[in-house]
Design a protein around this ligand. Sequence first.
Ligand code: SAH
Length: 367
Amino acid sequence: MRSQFLEAIETAESWLDQLKGGPGLSPTCPLGDHHIKALLSACDQEEINTLIETADYARKVFMGNQVHLRGIIEFSNHCARNCWYCGLRRDNTCLRRYRMPLRDIVAAAREGAKLGFKTIVLQSGDDLWYSASMIRQMVESIKQEVDVAITLSIGEREFSEYEEMRAAGADRFLLKHETADPDLYARLHPGMTLDGRVERLKYLHRLGFQVGSGNIVGLPGQTIDVLARDICLMRDLDVEMAGIGPFIPHPATPLAGYPPGDMMTVLKVLATCRIVMPWAHLPATTACGTLDPNGRQKALRAGANVIMPDITPAEYKALYEIYPGKNRVDIDAARGYQLAVEMIISLGREVGQGYGHSSRHRPAPAA
Ligand code: SAH
């Protein structure tokens, strides 16, 4: 009798073969929720290798050999939320808070563009001190000076605020759903709901942003079922990008005493995501590299096709501590770019050319 795992792999392989006709075909993914769970349940080394090889094949066929580089500027570590896992949480009074002046943000973007980044990601805590028009000004100031795509990752806002940011020319929005279990979501995010998060992701899509979501792997109370629901949710939302990384405990949070997520589970989630959403951009996340010195290389071999080096100036970088060990202050933007390029070449891949938009991207309205 064929195992459920093998049946899922065979379904995936025949679907991927049909799709090779071109993304224009875009038939519905035949992998049901039970297939996704079977892939995530790969347990012996042979099954895990098969899963990862299938994901790597899907990545090669649908995304090619290019690895896209996105430079992240973490422009504020103030946060109005109190997420249980995050070092930026409001109640963490030990953290010195900062907001980068606009001129420093633009200078960092300029330097990033000079190094070769074609996308700048502007990330912050949920810092409501910034009005939508201040974010608009940030996006416009960068776009006036440098030719880059811009991703915003600034958390939950009113719908009208997202509209203003999109009108300013922001191309993409990254808002991880974190976990698709509504109860776990509510426990970990006081005052917030999974529904609220999902509504925002849908609205961002309607506005024409290329939308990124993602989860944290290894949260306390998370099961394989929940991880399968994470992937089903992202498939159903038809996200253009999925950021998948391990949980890393932060000592100044209520989850300080919990163990970190494990790399193998992260790789299984990543590989399954690549198979289910073959055209999605999947970063080899910084958290993978923090958990395991070779974590990003492993992720790039298991379906990932994006690296997001941190290009925040050194004076702020150490303070954006969502989890310990995240940011290497000794690695500046130029070195971070160089290390990423070396990693890409050492894996026999190529540095992405162009903006690295989603293959189904809608252009940003004129600023
Ligand atoms: N305020 C923005 C950006 C948050 S920081 C927003 O809500 O979208 C970016 C990501 O860091 C979060 O989405 C979360 O997935 C991740 N993160 C935070 N704390 C973490 C931890 N302890 N371990 C792993 N990932 C973490």
